[in-house]
Design a protein around this ligand. Sequence first.
Ligand code: NDP
Ligand code: 8X3
Length: 250
Amino acid sequence: MNKTALITGATSGIGRATAHEFAKHGINLILCGRRQDRLDTIQKELSKQTNVHILNFDVRDKKAIFEAIESLPKDFKTIDILVNNAGNAHGMDPIQTGNMDDWDAMMDINVKGLLYVSKAIIPQMTERKSGHIINIGSSAGKEVYAKGNVYCGSKHAVLAITEGMRIDLNPFGIKVTAINPGLVETEFSQVRFKGDPVADNVYKGFKALQAEDIAEVIQFAISRPAHVNIADVLMFCTAQANSTIVNKKL
Ligand code: NDP
Ligand code: 8X3
């Protein structure tokens, strides 16, 4: 029987590319996000390849998450793969002038949102003693860079939580994978810089990772044999050596 995957943040970037990749492999999809028009569009597109159900909720809203998961039709109730991808950076400021609303957004979405969605889904995985959780962290979860303070903190937390999940879910045979990309050309910088033209320069002068590159690695991770878990992947484009060294030809 085909597996079912729930992907948060499926309306854009890495989440959307992962939905397309999974659809190619006939995986049933539960696609989540807040932008209904985009959810409708992706459902229309991917329904040609697989079964698609869409859920509209904000990952900050615990009640909405649990109601949405509860509302799933019978054919989508068993979730084999959870991709915790929803998240963003909000702002890029030194700690002394950081915006507290940005801090709240990053901690509430990237960290607490991931926890809430996981909490809504893990019990069915422990009950069945099977499942695979993929958490999208970041190179920013392994290395702190200037003005990255709270975003890096949120992604360090994602990595710690991922490792904690792997330990606690070990007795249940549940796989837990961290995918930690460096610079990926998505809407990420538009969100981070709130539409400021500086966002247009982030991926200039080099070939950044594309969302599809991450999606292929996620597909690789979920298609390994039962005894193999890809625990932690750090991915950079060739031009990037670490968070601060990028070989740009401008
Ligand atoms: P995008 O901005 O392209 O996509 C972000 C996705 O998250 C959108 O689908 C958005 O959907 C969803 N999202 C954001 N906030 C919420 C919320 N409050 N509730 C529900 N969904 C939300 O960025 P990326 O694809 O690049 O980012 C995806 C993940 O990858 C993030 O966790 C990011 O931190 C991580 N990452 C990104 C890198 C990059 O360089 N791009 C590198 C390393 C990691 P909607 O607005 O419809 O709700
Ligand atoms: C996104 C990668 O380097 O912009 O997580 O923080 S970076």
